[in-house]
Design a protein around this ligand. Sequence first.
Ligand code: NAP
Length: 496
Amino acid sequence: MEENMTSLIMIFGATGDLAKRKLFPSLYRLYEGKRLNKFAVIGVARNAQPNETFQQAVKESVLAALGNKNDLDEFVSHFYYQAHDAADSSSYADLKKFADEIDEHYNLEGNRIFYLAMAPQFFGPIALHLKSDGLTDVKGYKRLIIEKPFGHDLSSAKELNQQIRTAFSEEEIYRIDHYLGKEMVRNIEVIRFANAIFEPLWNNQFISNIQITSSETLGVEERGRYYESSGALRDMLQNHMLQMVALLAMEPPIKLSTDEIRSEKVRVFRSLRMIEGEQVNDYFVRGQYGEGSINGEQVPKYRDEPMVDKESNTETFVAGKIMIDNFRWAGVPFYIRTGKRMAAKSTKIVIQFKDIPINLYYQTEKLNPNLLVIHVQPEEGITLYLNAKKAGGNMDAEEVKLTFANTGANAMNTPEGYEKLLYDCMRGDATNFTHWDEVAYSWAFVDKISEVWQKTKADFPNYASGSMGPKAADDLLEKDGFFWWPVTDLDVEICQ
Ligand code: NAP
């Protein structure tokens, strides 16, 4: 992998929320950590404004995210602004001229990263123009970074992929799934493949089920228009949840290269049991939040949010049972649930091991199963639940927790996902980005579910804001003899 940290970064949508809240602070942290050699940024959006106004906005976004920094003026001096309408074919030529000038001025060796921080309908047309107007005609590397949503079903994703592939090869396309930038999601692989005690147990002989919860307390906020056409299935399951499933379920790669890891993940996607037709409602549960209370505050139902249809059939919650039909995982359910306006903000993975054959500790009514909990956010860490002797005379067993709290140890150093992903892209490391094959398989899986849900009107709202979702999501596990481990009880204690 080359480590060429010299680049011209062109951000399309540079006055938007993503650029301000995530990209500028992340770039600053790379700069501060001396991980950018020579660089310049061209911000692109429609509104005309001088460079100074743009630089001031970059400065403010870094100040808001990271506080005052001595070298901020020097940092923002690398930022330039170009007013440009992505839909206007005639202005790409000016953009190319400007990019070539900046490249030459900073001696950026023709390396270019195009970050499309814009609405997805622009991805295809921009990529086509970048090629036809010569912006990708460079002597260094050229890379494209895009965010979800990558299409809204398999056929639109294919169409989009064809468009961007005219300008960029698969190796040059970095499809961000920001969950893959999260420290503990990256850690799944290390926990599994660097510990002799887990990998031998990591299969259907010893694991009874795996639960992945990603819950938010926020509602749909101002994103009603986007969310109405997406819903939790497309917004969370197709990408982040299935990516976590793949990392948990994949076989050990023969080495830690991008291609090897991706091909193992793709094999998991290929083994997903397709759930279709009448089976969908046996395996998947949809929900939509009603009114309720979050942190003591009364909040409205989804259908009363701005830009949301009063009769909306869009799900804000999804729970499901995913089966991976291969030798390792046959018979082990991977339960996933994700939703908005839930009781807690939490992303956690619980690996529940099988019960031991008999309980010798008859005074202990029921031994808890061993659990390995991976805390993804907001806390970061690992907890292993074991049974050990209760202090005192009797041979009773009680639950003990072995905890590693990453937030305690490295709170100040935990970099944001975007910083790591930008750094990876500059280094040419695509491991933590999604390959087209992963996108295609996951859409094929999700399309079968949405086909059924689109046809039938759900009885919404069916869960109160501030709860953990509809009762049917609990029933989904109960009928298999399991229950959701409550995410708040599993919180990792943060060492001070
Ligand atoms: P946003 O706040 O609406 O910003 C959109 C940006 O695009 C603005 O800078 C806007 O500036 C520019 N723009 C719009 N039309 C344009 C055109 N025709 N030509 C050139 N520039 C144009 O959106 P966002 O929240 O930053 O999201 C951007 C993308 O990232 C979306 O695909 C979103 O799904 C994804 N995303 C965002 C977040 C987040 O945290 N915000 C997280 C994950 C993914 P002008 O109007 O001045 O042109």
